[in-house]
Ligand binder design. Structure first.
Ligand code: F6R
Length: 241
């Protein structure tokens, strides 16, 4: 793992955006995270697109996860979040049809998970990841399999509480089921860019970077990947040795 520490999340996000602009091949496949962490990075990608320095035209984007049974027009449905970040508001050149998200509205979410897994194979070129305060990547919560493929998962109370801020601070409004890429699916990406900002991520960063590989800290599996860059601000780096 390469660890890049910058004073602020803004500076770290700008560097991460540069890495993605350099690494993503023409017509490449980009894995995209939601949550608050990658929003500045997406802003930099839109800026680079507006300046004619970057485009996702001809590329495809693949979401990490989606809530199950969230209303289609809900602003926190991850498909809507990613349309907003990558296709609308000036966009990045990505066509809406080239944005792939697990079908959280499917009658059979387990089948939708298997379908997504076969579509994403053999893996994306570059995967953007955030990190849960409990060490999750995608919605692979602690104690799950380290070799999982895309599956239906349960969000832990910690994650539902962390995400309540997106749902009017009402934890009961946060869906409890999701479809998420598995850890083996994420590991099949050729290159991985993980971002984590703020004191709330400091323990998880210390564990996934310097702890042992363990189900308790799902992101620790990334220690077995040969091309991972971790971008952190000073606060998230504060518990690294
Ligand atoms: C989002 C995702 C999650 C988030 C993580 C951090 O698609 O898969 O793993 O990256 O929960 O969320 P934020 O960035 O909101 O702190």
């Amino acid at each position: 793992m390469r660890i890049i520490i910058r004073d602020t999340a803004q500076e770290a996000s700008r560097l991460a955006a540069s890495q993605i602009i350099t690494s993503l091949p023409t017509n490449g496949r980009l894995g995209v995270a939601t949550g608050s962490t990658p929003l500045a990075l997406y802003g930099f990608l839109r800026e680079a697109h507006a300046a004619g320095e970057f485009t996702l035209e001809g590329c495809s984007a693949w979401a990490l996860d989606e809530y199950v049974q969230i209303p289609e027009d809900h602003p926190e449905r991850y498909r809507n979040v990613l349309l907003n970040e990558l296709v609308e508001n000036g966009g990045t050149g990505l066509a809406a049809d080239d944005l792939h998200t697990p079908d959280g509205a499917a009658e059979d979410p387990e089948q939708a998970a298997r379908d997504y897994e076969s579509q994403i194979a053999p893996g994306v070129d570059v995967q953007i990841l955030g990190l849960g305060s409990n060490g999750h990547i995608g919605f692979n919560e602690p104690a799950g399999s380290l070799s999982s493929r895309t599956h239906v998962g349960h969000l832990t109370p910690t994650t539902r509480s962390d995400n309540a801020r997106f749902f009017g601070n009402d934890i009961d409004a946060v869906p409890s089921l999701c479809i998420t890429q598995g850890l083996a699916t994420i590991m099949s990406a050729r290159e991985i860019v993980l971002l984590a900002f703020g004191e709330g991520k400091a323990e998880a960063i210390a564990q996934i970077v310097e702890g042992g590989v363990a189900q308790r800290w799902p992101g620790s599996i990334l220690q077995h990947h040969e091309n991972v860059t971790v971008y952190v601000d000073e606060a998230a780096a504060s518990r690294l040795d």
